[in-house]
Design a protein around this ligand. Structure first.
Ligand code: 5GP
Length: 141
């Protein structure tokens, strides 16, 4: 498998070289809004320690990341009054991976409401910030 490249987009977000709308961070993990959300409240959870995807990740990193995925899943469910939460994680291009730093998609789902197709269109920054505030309030509540 190709080696991890720390200059990927999420590596740059971690270093603060690219802006992100963060909803949560701790010593090991960062969660921020996806710029091209498949539904309002679409969050990406990433470990700070770089790995290309789940295939080369340390088990210890996974053990620290999954509780944050759960925390964010509960927060987006509450913040968006969702019926369910979709968690997705892709490994290598054949599986749909486009950014090569391990990440988990956390997406609130509502009965009968399909996910938006991947349009490549960026969401308005003000909308992302407003959605992030809802999630942060749920995390604090
Ligand atoms: P993948 O297909 O690799 O699982 O998904 C990568 C995700 O990263 C996509 O949902 C895409 O919208 C998101 N993304 C790509 N570039 C950026 C960026 O610069 N900032 C943020 N916040 N999300 C990004």
């Amino acid at each position: 498998m190709t080696a991890y490249d720390p200059n990927n987009i999420f590596g740059k977000i971690l270093k603060g070289e690219i802006p992100s709308v963060r909803v949560y961070e701790d010593d090991h993990t960062v969660a921020f809004m996806d710029v091209m959300p498949h539904a309002p409240g679409h969050v990406l959870v990433i470990p700070r320690k770089g790995s290309r995807n789940i295939l080369d990740a340390d088990a210890e990193v996974l053990a620290r990341t999954i509780p944050v995925v759960q925390k964010i899943a509960n927060a987006v469910k509450e913040a968006f009054e969702a019926d369910g939460v979709y968690i997705a994680q892709f490994n290598e291009p054949a599986a749909g991976q486009t950014v090569f730093h391990l990440h988990f998609h956390v997406i609130p789902r509502h009965e009968g409401l399909p996910l938006k197709p991947h349009s490549g269109a960026m969401e308005d920054g003000a909308v992302l910030k407003a959605n992030a505030e809802k999630i942060k309030a749920a995390l604090e509540g």
